[in-house]
Design a protein around this ligand. Structure first.
Ligand code: NDP
Length: 312
């Protein structure tokens, strides 16, 4: 007979691992399924400078390895598996992973994170990995002495643009408005970097050239005049935000119009008793490693108290 877990955690970013550390220390013997990207978004970032406790900064992948080790130290069983089917109608809940394994659990912590958004241009996907990327840290190395464009005006776009100047000869930052959304410190770094030029009021509206099998240029459209021009380019990096990885829970849990799971204000409890959501899958506002970790801690404590209340 399949063992019934106290809690199953889906996702292995700061939220999932922190939930695991707390749940394991509460003797709940948690099981964590990492998902397709073990360690989550921080494994495709460079240096994390704003996580307390690391005054010199820490590389994202290294930090996530430490999270995993800490979760395992207290007995969390971690599987490099992805949940692909879920039944929340019956208790215990059932999650089936892609290998076909079935997990039964009294409570579920959803910490599936978020993924990078793309522009949705017809040629964009075809040229992904051939000059189109949403991760400068992963792919920047391939653009030594090349001309690259970064789309977006937030912290990610400024960070990626700065990072790319280590390799590229020129980095254009394509901003659809006349202002950056990024924090002041990130804006200053980008605007002061001699290799970065900001193109205000511009959208990328096409990626060239599919027939050559790689990015050779872009079509830019002025957002006010509608004027179009083609520019030569070796790379296109998207940094326009993220969407929550919550497809599996559509129709099962309450979500907002962008797909972020809704939780009880100030808590991680969802509309379904025994299901808790932590980290970027439920947070469209802060989206920080440290806030994700904090909500993971909250989820584990809520799980513990909810399980206790069932025995009362
Ligand atoms: P944001 O949502 O903050 O910014 C997205 C940017 O992309 C905005 O400038 C937006 O323009 C632009 N954009 C969105 N859609 C399009 C589109 N279709 N075409 C062109 N431009 C588009 O996302 P980020 O990923 O930058 O940041 C997310 C969170 O993570 C933030 O809270 C940020 O502070 C944090 N972060 C912190 C970092 C750090 O401190 N080191 C590093 C990276 C992220 P518009 O402004 O017009 O809406």
């Amino acid at each position: 007979m399949t063992e019934i877990l106290n809690t199953l955690i889906l996702g292995s970013g700061p939220a999932g691992y922190t939930a695991a550390i707390y749940a394991a220390r509460a003797n709940l013997a948690p099981v964590l399924l990492t998902g397709r990207q073990p360690g989550g978004q921080l494994t495709i970032t460079s240096e994390v400078e704003n996580y307390p406790g690391f005054p010199e900064g820490v590389m994202g992948p290294e930090m996530m390895e430490k999270f995993r080790e800490q979760a395992a130290r207290f007995g969390t069983v971690v599987h490099d598996e992805t949940g692909t089917a879920i039944d929340l109608k019956q208790r215990p809940f059932t999650v089936t992973s892609e290998s076909g394994k079935v997990w039964k659990t009294r409570t579920l912590i959803v910490s599936t994170g978020a993924s990078a958004l793309y522009l949705g241009l017809p040629n964009e996907k075809a040229l992904q990995g051939r000059g189109v990327s949403a991760c400068a840290t992963c792919d920047g190395f391939f653009f030594k002495n090349k001309v690259v464009y970064v789309v977006g005006g937030g912290d990610s776009a400024c960070e990626e643009a700065n990072f790319l100047t280590k390799y590229a000869s020129k980095v254009y930052l394509v901003v659809r408005r006349e202002a950056l959304r990024a924090s002041k410190i990130m804006q200053d770094r980008a605007l002061k970097n001699p290799k970065i030029e900001v193109l205000w009021n511009q959208n990328v509206t096409d990626v060239l050239d599919v027939s050559k099998g790689k990015v050779t240029g872009l079509e830019l459209t002025h957002t006010k005049t509608g004027a179009k021009k083609q520019v030569p380019a070796d790379g296109l990096f998207l940094a326009i935000g993220h969407q929550p990885n919550t497809e599996l829970f559509r129709g099962l849990l309450n979500m907002d119009d962008k797909g972020y799971i809704q939780t009880v204000p100030g808590k991680t409890a969802t509309n379904l008793e025994g299901v808790f959501a932590a980290g970027d899958c439920q947070d469209s506002y802060y989206r920080q490693a440290v806030t994700a970790a904090g909500s993971g801690c909250m989820a584990a404590i809520e799980v513990e108290r909810w399980l206790e209340s069932q025995h009362a």
